[in-house]
Structures are given as C-alpha cells and as structure tokens.
Design a protein around this ligand. Structure first.
Ligand SMILES: Cc1ncc(COP(=O)(O)O)c(C=O)c1O
Length: 449
C-alpha cells in the first residue's frame, strides 16, 4: 500500500459478477484485474464494491471530458430521450444531426468543406470510409500499416495488423497491403534518424508495394493512425506524414486519418493529424466523439462530392440520443477550446517530465513518447536488448489497480497514460506518484532476477 493510495478490497459481489460473466459472455479483451465499474464522477470511478479508482484510461479514450462528469452531456441526453430517441435518420430528415454535422465540418481544416456520415462505432466509421474511398476513386485496393488498428469487422479487420490473434481463422484477407509504420524506437531499418526513417518507409512502399505488388493506380486509400494506439502508442516523425501525403497525391490515393483514438483533443488538437501539418481526405472519429454514447462519424473532403443515393446507409446512424451526447460534447469542446488546449499541453508536459525521469532511473522503462495527453511508456527487459517486457506490463497494471489507479496496456509492452483531459493537476500528480512507485518496485524485482 503506497502512501496516499486507497486500499482496494475485492468483495464477494465483485467476484460473483466476474464468475457469472465467465459463464454467459463470450471472451473479449478483458484486463487481468477485477475491475467492475459502477459509477464515475470525473477523475474517479467507483466499482461495484465502492472502491475508488483514479482514472488514467478515460475508459479507452472515450471519457476525454471526465468519467460521466459532464453535466451538459448528461442533460442533453436526458432531454432528448424524453422527446424522441430513434429518428431513422438515413431514411427521414432531422435537424439535430444536420446541426451537429455543420458544427463538425467547422472543426475540419481550412478549405476542407466536408460531408458527414454517422454510424455507431469506430469500426463502422472506418467501414464507411473504405466504401466511400472505393466509390470516389473507383479503385479497390487499400493500404494500411503494420501495428495498425482500424477495427475488427469484415472490412476493417484486413486493415488491422496489430496482433495476429485478432485475425486468426478469419482470413483470407485480400485487397489490403500493409506498409511499415515508422516507429522511431524500434524499426526494421535500424535507423535512429527520423528523417532517414521516414524516407526508408516511403521508399519501401514505392520500391516494394507499388513496384512489385499493387500498381499505385489501383489503391483507393491509405489508412493511417496519426499516432498508433492499440499498436503501442507509436508517434511517427512529422516528415513521414508529409511524405505520405505527397505519395497519396502522386498516386491518386485518398489519405484516411483514423482519429478514433488520437483525435478529439487527446493530443491537444481536435484532429491529431493537425500535429503533422497534413490534411487528410477522410477523417474518422468515434470513442470520445460520442460523449459516452455509441457514435461514429466519417467526414469526407467536400471536393470529393457525394456518393450515389442508396450506396450506403444504416439503421441507427444519427440516432438522436447519440447526437444529443455528441453535440453537447462538441459544444463543450468548442466553448472551452483554449482552456483544453492549454491544459492538455501543460499536463502532457508534466507527465512526460515524470516519465523521462523514470526512464533515466529504471532499466525497464525503454521509451516514453506521446503528444499532448496521449502518452505511452514502453517496458523492456533491458535498455540494450529492448526485449519487450510483457510480464512487467501486466504486473504494473495489476499493482496500480490495487493501489487505486486504472491504466490500460497497448502493444506488447506499453502502458498508455490517457487520463481525462480535464483531470485535476493534483490528481494527475497523485496518479503519477502511484505509477512511479509501482514501476520502481517492479524494476527492482525484475533487474534483481
Ligand atoms: C484507432 C482506432 N480505430 C478504430 C477502432 C475501432 O473502434 P471500435 O472499437 O469503436 O469499433 C479503435 C478502437 O480501439 C481504434 O483505436
């Protein structure tokens, strides 16, 4: 038990819930710690036994504005529920989803214009982007990157190349080719210089993919995460995105920025791609964009025009409850833009300072990286070999949980630090103290072995 931390007691009720779950639910990606959230109030979540946890996960980057904390979002949902929930928006007309689309388009880069399609999740937002890219270009192939996560449904799973288990028994996957994402910490080219690395990755596409596998004129779109999320919180060099944009332009491919995890102010900018000074042709968002309600959105560049009527639609896209949450959330973001930007920058810099010190002091902290409050700490057996320390990752997450701090993993040995953007600075400091103490202990135990 660390000084200032809460003592977490796992009650019989919690164990029972987990046991019942194991009997009736198909397995998903559950964490190894027994977390049964019951209610939340911003920076904290309380489990079904009343244990209090500080949130460094934003519930997988959904509660960017605090766990169930934003009153405007809650009230907006409540009042819409009392009026009308379902509006069959792809068949009938409705003002509120149109108003939200107008507001979302205003958040797009200058000159982008935009047309909007709503769905219910990240994978559906990307499914729509795949279809739109194919319709707009009349080409069928797609490109994405090793380490990418774009979803788990039929169209997006082929784009995803994060963990083999996600694809096992589900192939064959045609139509998608994977390129090398420029990971400055570990890359197959063994290049430390970020400029050289960027060029090597682009070269690889031109000399191998385009020249040997897929003629560039047949690729409809390249999907990219501005920062790879599930793949391990990998931040690519700025130059890489610029070169990718050039390559897309030269090849007539559309550039799709998957902003589902990195977007919506997580990096301090509404669009994570803006950190690279690059405009995409299609942006996809979900997670935080729905303010806690299932919501996905695909926004295409205005100059691409429209798709043929009847070529794509769904039942629940533009659902009024989801739109009520998304609109209230977006209104909050636009009203508080300056404060959010300043806060994310300051808090992100604080976390990075703390992590840099940990990297200096602890052998198992191999790399720390991020933009704004999208930060990863990669654990290794030792700094020289850089062998991923997957066991240490699980151990640290578990011990932090029992100290009252909730975190999530990414990749094979990275811990993501993604607290609500609105987190109180004192709470952020407390969380970092817990994390540091736990890493100190695990580091001492691991390096003693
Ligand atoms: C970058 C990215 N794209 C797509 C998805 C899929 O989103 P969903 O789980 O809502 O389908 C995720 C989910 O983690 C993601 O991080």
């Amino acid at each position: 038990m660390l000084a200032g931390a809460m003592e977490v007691k796992i009650s019989k009720r919690i164990n029972d819930i987990i046991k019942r779950d194991g009997k009736v639910m198909l397995s998903t990606t559950r964490e190894s710690f027994p977390f049964v959230p019951d209610h939340g109030d911003g920076d904290f979540i309380y489990d079904a036994a009343g244990n209090r946890f500080l949130d460094f996960s934003s519930f997988v980057s959904v509660y960017n504005l605090g766990v169930n904390a934003n009153k405007q979002i809650r009230n907006s949902i409540k009042s819409q529920v009392d009026k009308l929930s379902h509006n069959a928006f792809t068949d009938y007309y409705s003002e509120r989803p149109v108003r939200l689309a107008e507001k979302l388009i205003r958040m797009m880069p200058r000159g982008f214009g935009g047309r909007v399609f709503y769905s219910n999740s990240g994978t559906e937002a990307n499914e729509a982007a795949i279809k739109f890219a194919r319709i707009f270009t009349k080409r069928s192939y797609l490109m994405s990157f090793y380490g990418a996560f774009h979803g788990r449904t039929g169209g997006t799973l082929p784009l995803t190349a994060s963990k083999a288990v996600q694809r096992e028994h589900l192939g064959p996957f045609s139509n998608v080719v994977h390129a090398v994402y420029p990971d400055p910490y570990r890359n197959i080219f063994n290049l430390d210089d970020e400029g050289e690395l960027s060029k090597a990755c682009i070269d690889y596409i031109e000399k191998n993919i385009f020249a040997r596998e897929y003629p560039r004129k047949e690729i409809a779109a390249v999907f990219v995460e501005p920062i790879q999320g599930e793949g391990g919180y990998v931040v690519p060099p700025k130059l890489f995105m610029k070169e990718l944009r050039r390559l897309a332009d030269e090849s007539g491919m559309l550039l799709v920025s998957d902003e589902i995890q990195a977007g919506y102010m997580r990096t301090g900018k509404f669009l994570a791609m803006d950190n690279f000074g690059v405009q995409a042709d299609i942006y996809t968002m979900a997670k935080a964009a729905g303010g806690g309600i299932p919501f996905g959105v695909t926004i295409t560049r205005g100059s691409l025009g429209d798709i043929p009527a009847g070529s794509h639609a769904n039942t629940f896209g533009g659902n009024l409850v989801a739109v009520a949450a998304a609109e209230a959330s977006l209104d909050y973001v636009t009203r508080n833009m300056a404060a959010l930007q300043k806060g994310v920058k300051k808090k992100g810099a604080y976390v990075m300072r703390r992590l840099q010190k940990m990297k200096e002091n602890f052998e198992i902290v191999g790399d720390v990286r991020g933009i704004g409050l999208m930060i990863g700490m990669e654990l290794v057996k030792d700094k020289k070999s850089k062998t991923p320390a997957t066991e240490a990752q699980g151990e640290i997450l578990k011990r932090c949980f029992y100290e009252g701090l909730v975190l999530l993993p990414a990749g094979t040995s990275t811990i993501r630090i993604i607290p609500p953007l609105t987190i109180d600075e004192k709470h952020l400091e407390n969380g970092m103290n817990i994390l540091e103490e736990v890493v100190r202990k695990v580091n001492a135990e691991t390096t003693k072995k």
